[in-house]
Write a protein that binds this ligand. Sequence first.
Ligand SMILES: *Cc1c(COP(=O)(O)O)cnc(C)c1O
Length: 385
Amino acid sequence: MHRDSDLVHLGRTSAAAVHAVNPPLVRASTVVFETLEQYRQSYQSRVFESSRYGRSGTVTAFELQEAMARIANAETCIATSSGLNAITAVLGAHAGPGKHILVYDGVYGPTRIFCEQSLTTLGTRVSFFNDGAEARRLINDDTSLVFIEVPSSLTMQMLDITQVCAAAHERCIPVACDSTWGSPMYFNAHALGIDISIHSATKFINGHSDVILGLITGTYSALETTRQWCDRYGSHASPDACWLTLRGLRTLAVRMPRHQASAIEVAQWLCRHPKVKCMMFPVLASDPGHALWKRQFSGGAGPFTFELQPCNEAAFERFINALKLFGLGTSWGGYESLVIPAIPYALRSVKTLPDEGRLVRLHIGLEHAPDLCADLAHAFDQMDE
Ligand SMILES: *Cc1c(COP(=O)(O)O)cnc(C)c1O
């Protein structure tokens, strides 16, 4: 079946019992068994795949995990309480005294903070790299994991994933990737060689800005230590969050092309605006990462970033505050458009980059794209006073 049909029909096995289209929302702390035999059996199967206690998930989580595993072309999936929790579980499961974790320099800010401030206290050495060649140079006998995110957070730079995977796999080191930007629609992580793929389902997968949830996909063997970590740390997702995410998933194939088309329309409009100095959006043919994006992704819906022509703080504030259709707030992937000022360089190894101007990060929602352009045009006009 085509993936669009899978998105509609997967994860609904339990719906038949309640004669409804949607699976029931099963909230439980205690799971009760009819016989001692059944109770014992529940502890023979994998944690997060069978009901034994609420922390191990209920059928609501199992439905979501099964659907996501299929959509991501993976053997299995673990749902966690947040995207960040999924990331820290994967990193934590590969950490330990004497181990080395190699991390892409462009990762999401909280991922970097966890690496620098929590992994190191677990006795793990962390180093950062910028491209495949540097990754190959920094991998050594102690390396237990290579962690990437494509494109880079805020600045949207591309990375040659195949090159990084080749360097890691030569030494039998797994590669984990924060795949949130591409979504399962536009990024087939496992086909590119990634062993452990992570999505903040908070973004496009749920798509309605009302849930925090993480999803980790891979083979059973690639996820084994992460599964143990999630079990020990109680990292499971709540049934309510899983239920809402399953509902969001149903319309993913409809929402993504619309996000993409509008993001391209707004980005092309911005390219022509005299107040815009440069665009950071690999979907545009003019972007230095465009060729790599084309090879590694089947689409791109944003978010994207642009650099303003030099301006003072007051003009920048007038621009941001004048936007009416763009909510000023963190996150993306929902139906509404969002804007944030992007300050990436505080979180990168190279701190000496000159202040090249103010960066604005946009998420293009499901509004009519010309309305978004008109909103931006009006806000640009306010910069001049
Ligand atoms: C939002 C985000 C996360 C964190 O996800 P939460 O669900 O908010 O914890 C991780 N990585 C990327 C790329 C994100 O955009």
